[in-house]
Ligand binder design. Structure first.
Ligand SMILES: [Zn+2]
Length: 505
C-alpha cells in the first residue's frame, strides 16, 4: 500500500509540469514559434521559440513542436515578458472586472495597487478577497500612508501627527508589510498626506525598510516646488535607508517646464551617493487628479490664488472636467467651456465647483520634451497611474502608447529598452525574482505583439478606447488573450512580498 502511494506520488510529480495550467482545457504546453524574442534584460532581439509548460517558461531556443502541443505562429511578432505596472489604481476595478480586460489588452500581466498613499486595508483581507474571486492578472500591493494616517487620526488629519499617533501608524504599516505589502506609498500632495511632516514619513518608511520594502512617492509638489519635493523624497530614502521610487515623475507648471535636465542631475547625484532612486513616468502630457490640486495653497475662494493656479497650467482651457457629481453636465468640458456657457470666468467656475463638492480633472500641463528626457534615463520605467475604469487615456493605453508612439513613431528609445522598462526593471523594483524575463524556469507571463501595429487609441474624451497590436498574453502559463481575443480565464496570483526577496537596482 505504502509503495503504491510512493509510485503515485512519483507519477504525479512526473506529470505535474505537463498538466493544463488551470484545469481549464488549455493545452499542456504551448510553443510560441518563429517569433522575435526581446527577453527584457535590454539585450538585442533574436529569433527563437519559447515553450511554456504549466505555469513556467520551459525552454527558449530553436525548438521542435512536441506531439499534441499547441503551436502559435509568431513570425513577425515580438515575444516579450508580460508588462508589470508598478503604479495601478485597479484596487476596486478588479472587483467589477476580474478579467481586467483593459489591462490585459495592453499586455499587462502584473499590477501593483495601493499607490499615492491610498491602499486597501487590511491588505490580508483584500488579498483573500481577490483569491476567492480570482482575477486575470497578478496583483501586488503597497501600504498607503494616507490610509493608515486616517485610520489613526480619523477626520482630524489636517495637522502634524503626534508621537503616539506616528507610533500607531508604524504598527499599521508593520501589519501591512507582514501581510505582504511591497512597500509604503505616499500621496504628499493630497489632503490627507500633505499635513504630514517629512519625519512622519521617514518613521513609516523605516518600517518598510526593515521588511525589505521600498518607498514609492507621489511627491509633495509637482509644480513650482517640484525640486524641493524631489529633494524630500531623496532625503526619506537616505534617512530611512530604503529604495525610493518617484511616482509619475513630472514638471507640471509653466514655471518648471524645460527643467527635466536639472531633475536628472539632481537624481543622478543622489544615485552617485549610493542612494537607490528610480522613477516611473506615464506617456502623457496631461495628468488626472482632483481639481483642488490646481491650487496648492488650498485657498479655493481666493481669486488671485485660483488665477495663479490656472495660469500655471496654461489656463482653464487646459483643464477638462472628467467627473463632477454636483454637475454631471460639466463632464467632458473644460473650465473655459463651462465658464463661457454660464457667462462667468474660469476662476469663478473653479471656486463654484470646489464649493459644490469638487471634481475629477484631466489637465494638460506638461511638455513633451521633458517627458522625452525622463524616458531616456535608464532609471525611469513605464507605469500607468491608470487601471480598470480610469477616466484618463493612460488607463487603457499606456504600454501600447510607449511601444507605438515613443518607440516606433517618435524614436525616443529602442524597443529593447522600452521592454526592459516595462518588465525586468519594474519586476526588480517590486522584488519579483521569478518574473519579468523570457528565461527558462521563470513564471510564464508573456506578451506577444506586432511591433508594426501596436498603438494606443484611447484619448482624453474617449479614455476607454482599446489599443491594437497586442496578440497574445499569457499569465502564469494560461492564455488569457488569444489571437487578440480575450478568453474567460483568471490565472492571476497574489504576489505577497517577502523580506527575503532579493532586490536588484
Ligand atoms: Zn499619483
Amino acid at each position: 500500500m505504502k509503495r503504491r502511494m510512493i509510485w503515485l506520488c512519483l507519477l504525479a510529480l512526473l506529470f505535474s509540469g505537463l498538466q493544463p495550467a488551470a484545469g481549464n482545457g488549455q493545452a499542456a504546453s504551448v510553443l510560441i514559434a518563429g517569433g522575435t524574442i526581446i527577453d527584457g534584460t535590454g539585450a538585442r532581439r533574436r529569433l527563437g521559440d519559447v515553450r511554456i509548460a504549466g505555469d513556467r517558461i520551459k525552454e527558449v531556443g530553436k525548438l521542435k513542436p512536441l506531439p499534441g502541443e499547441r503551436v502559435i505562429d509568431a513570425k513577425g511578432l515580438i515575444v516579450a515578458p508580460g508588462f508589470i505596472d508598478v503604479h495601478n489604481h485597479s484596487e476596486r476595478g478588479l472587483a467589477s472586472d476580474p478579467s481586467a480586460k483593459s489591462q490585459i489588452l495592453q499586455g499587462i500581466t502584473t499590477l501593483a495597487v495601493g499607490p499615492d498613499g491610498g491602499s486597501p486595508f487590511p491588505i490580508a483581507g483584500y488579498f483573500e478577497g481577490l483569491e476567492k474571486r480570482r482575477v486575470a492578472v497578478n496583483v501586488a500591493a503597497f501600504a498607503g500612508h494616507a490610509t493608515v494616517r486616517q485610520r489613526v487620526m480619523g477626520q482630524d488629519f489636517k495637522r502634524a501627527a503626534t508621537e503616539s499617533e506616528i507610533a500607531k501608524m508604524t504598527e499599521l504599516v508593520e501589519q501591512a508589510m507582514l501581510e505582504g505589502a511591497v512597500g509604503l506609498s505616499t500621496g504628499l500632495e493630497y489632503d490627507i498626506g500633505n499635513p504630514a511632516t517629512t519625519e512622519e514619513v521617514i518613521a513609516l518608511a523605516r518600517v518598510a525598510a526593515r521588511h525589505g520594502g521600498i518607498y514609492m512617492s507621489h511627491v509633495r509638489d509637482e509644480a513650482d516646488l517640484a525640486f524641493d519635493a524631489f529633494r524630500e523624497a531623496i532625503r526619506i530614502g537616505r534617512e530611512a535607508r530604503l529604495p525610493v521610487q518617484i511616482s509619475h515623475i513630472k514638471l507640471g507648471t509653466v514655471g518648471v517646464w524645460n527643467k527635466a535636465g536639472e531633475v536628472v542631475k539632481l537624481i543622478e547625484s543622489a544615485r552617485r551617493e549610493g542612494l537607490d532612486i528610480t522613477a516611473d513616468c506615464y506617456p502623457y502630457d496631461a495628468w488626472a487628479s482632483t481639481i483642488t490640486v490646481l491650487v496648492p495653497s488650498r485657498k479655493h475662494d481666493d481669486p488671485v490664488m485660483v488665477k495663479k493656479g490656472l495660469d500655471d497650467v496654461g489656463g482653464g482651457g487646459n483643464v477638462l472636467i472628467t467627473s463632477c457629481s454636483a454637475h454631471r453636465d460639466y463632464e467632458g468640458k473644460t473650465l473655459d467651456d463651462i465658464a463661457r456657457a454660464n457667462g462667468k470666468t474660469a476662476v469663478e467656475t473653479y471656486s463654484q465647483i470646489v464649493k459644490d463638492g469638487g471634481a475629477g480633472v484631466v489637465c494638460k500641463s506638461m511638455i513633451e520634451s521633458d517627458i522625452k528626457t525622463f524616458y531616456r534615463q535608464s532609471w525611469v520605467m513605464v507605469a500607468s497611474d491608470g487601471g480598470i475604469g480610469t477616466r484618463h487615456p493612460r488607463g487603457a493605453g499606456t504600454f501600447p502608447r510607449v511601444l507605438g508612439r515613443y518607440v516606433r513613431e517618435w524614436k525616443w528609445l529602442g524597443l529593447e529598452d522600452a521592454v526592459r522598462k516595462a518588465s525586468s526593471f519594474p519586476a526588480h523594483r517590486l522584488g519579483l525574482n521569478d518574473r519579468g524575463l523570457i528565461k527558462p524556469g521563470l513564471k510564464a507571463d508573456v506578451v506577444v505583439f506586432d511591433p508594426h501595429q501596436v498603438i494606443d487609441r484611447s484619448t482624453m474624451t474617449q479614455p476607454g478606447l482599446e489599443p491594437i497590436g497586442i496578440s497574445y498574453v499569457f499569465v502564469n502559463g494560461v492564455t488569457v488573450l488569444d489571437g487578440g481575443k480575450l478568453r474567460d480565464e483568471r490565472p492571476g496570483k497574489i504576489l505577497r512580498h517577502s523580506a527575503t526577496a532579493k532586490r536588484i537596482g
